[in-house]
Design a protein around this ligand. Structure first.
Ligand SMILES: [Zn+2]
Length: 87
């Protein structure tokens, strides 16, 4: 059995991508205000905590459009961050 020192509770959480509903990884660090998702289709993206309510009430096409908008504004960030202005 491999021992990589990863605590059990830090194991990768598989979830549904919030944009395309495909299988994705939840990379959200603990104590992080927001969500970090790694989706094979959409790539890695972050949803700011303050955007969560808006994001949840958005339709799937609106979420995809917001991600596209965030990607175009990504700049020097590691991954696009979906914020309220992206809707
Ligand atoms: Zn996706």
């Amino acid at each position: 059995m491999p021992e990589d020192g990863t605590p059990t509770h830090g194991a990768t959480i598989i979830m549904r991508c919030l944009v395309c509903a495909g299988e994705a990884k939840d990379l959200t660090p603990s104590n992080f205000d927001g969500h970090v998702i790694d989706c094979p289709s959409c790539g890695k993206y972050e949803i700011a905590g303050c955007t969560w309510g808006k994001f949840q009430s958005a339709s799937q096409p609106e979420r995809a459009a917001a991600l596209g908008n965030a990607t175009s504004l990504q700049g020097f960030c590691r991954w696009p961050t979906i914020k309220t202005i992206n809707f």
